[in-house]
Design a protein around this ligand. Structure first.
Ligand code: SF4
Ligand code: SF4
Length: 400
């Protein structure tokens, strides 16, 4: 693993000036305001149904729903941040007179950064890094539409409210956090069992965001909590040294691969930014096309990275494998459930154990053997869908 300077990172990933992204163009919003998109699928909902197939029973769906994806409480934290950038409510101590010791603490950003990272991990983050808040990653607007869960395609469109969105300049840093999803549950993709791991990641990030923000506010500083809203998580996580972007369009971390959810807390607390990293993901993905092959809607690119967006849902100018968000999200509506296949099947989705760490070292340092690693990954059955027939009998939940 190597640290990159921001200039080196820029050369590797950003080829042209980037326009700020309007989240109205996200496929979780486009279905609601674009008549032709809305009409293209019979039903955009993906709330699921109970069937007799293993992994889709009443208790499987209950596991998924109770894990957080359908719970309004955790999601609300992020929504509040989008609505009220910069005006975070505070129980802060700003009115107190800081002692000399406290003043010297805040003039030592190394120490403050160390402590903030410890606090983030204590409150539930699996990985944490710091980046500068750059305006190009901040969404240009907020969009309040019908919500991400969809509606029947033949119902009239309801155009939501789009408002320009700025983050005050004082928010110079972001604490970017990754939340690992359960490896053993994701093996059961594409069932409700695998979806429950994703849902729990969202619930955990909301809680950790709230605790970390409360800590920062109690220091007398400001915090904006953010999940997938406010700003683009993936480039910020890359700049914060959490990982690289893969062919599947997801952040690949060294410890958990793409098996993570991302959140961030923006703050005016002076911190030290981390450096971006590389550990061979781009090169490995150039040889491996497993996610593109296994994607049920064929929404992932087989070819080279490009700066050309696939649709308005992608950001142009950055060098990556843009996913076809239209076919991906349409597929979710068609099958009436979300999909985790491009996370579950990824060669980097492995337990964080020493044999896998050893292989990861080789995939980073011995490039000529990429075809061999890919062959072994498939031969050993990694990424294959696990039969859910006996899930409830076999399941040994991880101890926290
Ligand atoms: S979520 Fe599923 S359908 Fe969408 S890109 Fe990933 S594998 Fe393909
Ligand atoms: S499955 Fe292979 S090509 Fe796809 S993101 Fe993972 S390593 Fe890259």
């Amino acid at each position: 693993m190597r640290k990159l300077t921001l200039d080196q990172w820029e050369k590797k990933y950003v080829i042209a000036p980037l326009e700020r992204y309007d989240p109205k163009n996200n496929m979780f919003n486009r279905w609601s305001w674009q008549p032709e998109i809305r009409a293209s699928v019979k039903d955009w909902r993906f709330s699921g149904e109970i069937t007799s197939k293993p992994g889709y029973s009443l208790r499987d769906l209950a596991l998924r729903r109770s894990s957080g994806g359908s719970s309004p409480a955790p999601r609300r934290e992020a929504t509040i941040a989008a609505e009220r950038p910069g005006s975070t409510p505070s129980t802060n101590t700003a009115t107190l007179n800081p002692s000399e010791e406290e003043t010297s603490y805040f003039s030592n950003p190394q120490m403050v950064t160390r402590d903030i990272k410890k606090i983030a991990m204590h409150f539930g983050a699996s990985l944490v890094g710091i980046c500068k808040v750059e305006n190009r990653w901040v969404y240009s607007h907020t969009y309040h539409g019908e919500g991400p869960m969809g509606a029947p395609g033949d119902t009239p469109v309801v155009i939501g409210e789009s408002k320009p969105h700025e983050i005050p300049n004082e928010f110079q840093y972001a604490v970017v956090m990754a939340f690992a999803e359960d490896y053993s549950l994701l093996k059961y993709h594409p069932t409700w069992i695998a979806q429950s791991a994703t849902s729990l990641g969202y619930a955990e990030m909301a809680i950790t965001n709230a605790h970390l923000s409360a800590f920062i506010r109690n220091l007398g500083y400001k915090a904006i909590e953010s999940g997938n809203d406010v700003a683009m998580s993936i480039p910020m996580a890359m700049q914060a040294g959490l990982g690289e972007i893969g062919r599947n369009g997801l952040l690949i971390t060294a410890r958990f691969g793409p098996r993570i959810r991302l959140s961030k807390v923006l703050t005016n607390l002076p911190l030290i930014a981390d450096s971006p990293i590389e550990f061979g993901v781009t090169e490995y993905c150039e040889a491996c096309k497993k996610c593109a092959v296994m994607c049920p809607s064929q929404s992932l690119l087989y070819g080279e990275r490009t700066t050309e967006p696939n649709s308005v849902s992608n950001v142009g100018g950055s060098l990556k494998w843009p996913i076809n968000a239209e076919t991906c999200r349409r597929y979710w509506g068609q099958v009436n459930r979300p999909c985790t296949t491009c996370i579950s099947c990824c060669s980097y989705n492995k337990p964080d154990t020493w044999p896998h760490k050893t292989v990861r070292w080789f995939t980073d340092h011995v490039r000529w053997a990429d075809p061999l690693y890919i062959k072994m990954d498939n031969l050993l059955g990694y990424g294959a869908q696990k039969n859910a027939d006996n899930f409830w009998e076999e399941w040994q939940p991880n101890q926290h």
